[in-house]
Design a protein around this ligand. Structure first.
Ligand code: 5GP
Length: 115
């Protein structure tokens, strides 16, 4: 069940960590899609949004607090940014350890590619 993100959280793989506490680890995406692209990851192994349980509500809320603090830290809070969570195949999820993307540092364009 563990993914590469557990190895990153445990410090077994070097990564560009921007924030860490006992609940959440945030690090720069290896393949950034924007000037600022940070992944906010719960230390607990939750595969997808579908697996969030009522007892995780505080943790999920904490992810948002961490996200807005990182946006401030990275200097994108004022101009704006995007928080995104992909879920399963149709959502484009590749790593099955819940994570929130924080994109910023440029005009991000439409939410979805226009068809
Ligand atoms: P998903 O498509 O699952 O929402 O996003 C997974 C993200 O994790 C992708 O943007 C991908 O570039 C990133 N990623 C995958 N493996 C690694 C890794 O080993 N290190 C880092 N920093 N990011 C990774």
């Amino acid at each position: 069940m563990s993914t590469i993100f557990t190895k990153i959280i445990n410090g077994e793989i070097p990564t560009d960590t921007v924030y860490k506490d006992d609940q959440v680890t945030a690090f720069r995406d290896i393949n950034p899609q924007a000037p600022v692209h940070v992944l906010i990851v719960p230390n607990k192994e939750i595969p997808t949004v579908n697996d969030i349980r009522p007892e995780d509500e505080q943790l999920i809320g904490h992810m948002f607090t961490v996200a807005k603090n990182i946006a401030q830290q990275e200097g994108v809070a004022q101009n704006g940014y995007r928080l995104l969570i992909n879920v399963n195949r149709d959502g484009g999820q590749e790593v099955f350890h819940l994570h929130m993307h924080l994109f910023g540092g440029c005009r991000l364009g439409p939410m979805l590619p226009r068809k």
